[in-house]
Ligand binder design. Structure first.
Ligand SMILES: C[S@@+](CC[C@H](N)C(=O)[O-])C[C@H]1O[C@@H](n2cnc3c(N)ncnc32)[C@H](O)[C@@H]1O
Length: 152
């Protein structure tokens, strides 16, 4: 990513945080080092993969760098302000604008269960009830041996 693109992502993210600090919960997107650590155990064969709260797509890019196919990615983002740029950047990924707490009801996967869930969600600013709904939804789609990756 060029310095200009990184700066534009920072401004986009910062404005989102100003308008919704509890949901966005960070003033800037995660850095590339964290993205590499978050995705370091994931390989192409783990697809399909769910990413929760992709924001500007830092972890999404790291997943692609790990060899995961873009078509194997489902990006669940609640913030409407991030949706069009995610769709433009990752045109063959599935981008769903929804609250991750409704994952289980949404019935988003019919076929193969997912091998990994990567989450940048601000769980610490959510109620215990909401956290349980999100995790129950994530595990409901997971295959045996799959994993959830969360940073906070
Ligand atoms: C701390 S930011 C992390 C963004 C990105 N993963 C990163 O690390 O740069 C949290 C992201 O989760 C999204 N988010 C917050 N609550 C959500 C929810 N209930 N469902 C889906 N996305 C949510 C926010 O809009 C934001 O994009």
């Amino acid at each position: 990513m060029t310095a200009k693109a990184a700066c534009s992502d920072f401004l986009h993210f910062f404005r989102s945080w100003v308008s919704n600090p509890l949901r966005v919960a960070a003033i800037a997107p995660s850095g590339d080092s964290l993205a590499r650590i978050m995705t370091s155990e994931i390989a192409a064969l783990d697809g399909p993969i769910i990413e929760l709260g992709p924001g500007t797509g830092v972890f999404t890019r790291a997943l692609l760098a790990r060899g995961v196919s873009e078509a194997d990615l489902t990006l669940i983002e609640y913030g409407p302000e991030f949706i069009s740029s995610l769709q433009a950047r990752f045109p063959t990924a599935r981008v769903l604008q929804m609250d991750a707490a409704h994952l289980a009801d949404a019935d988003i996967f019919e076929g193969e269960p997912v091998g990994a869930v990567v989450s940048g969600l601000p769980l610490l600013s959510m109620s215990p009830r909401k956290i349980v709904s999100i995790l129950a939804g994530a595990f409901a789609y997971m295959r045996p041996g799959g994993a959830v990756y969360q940073f906070t």
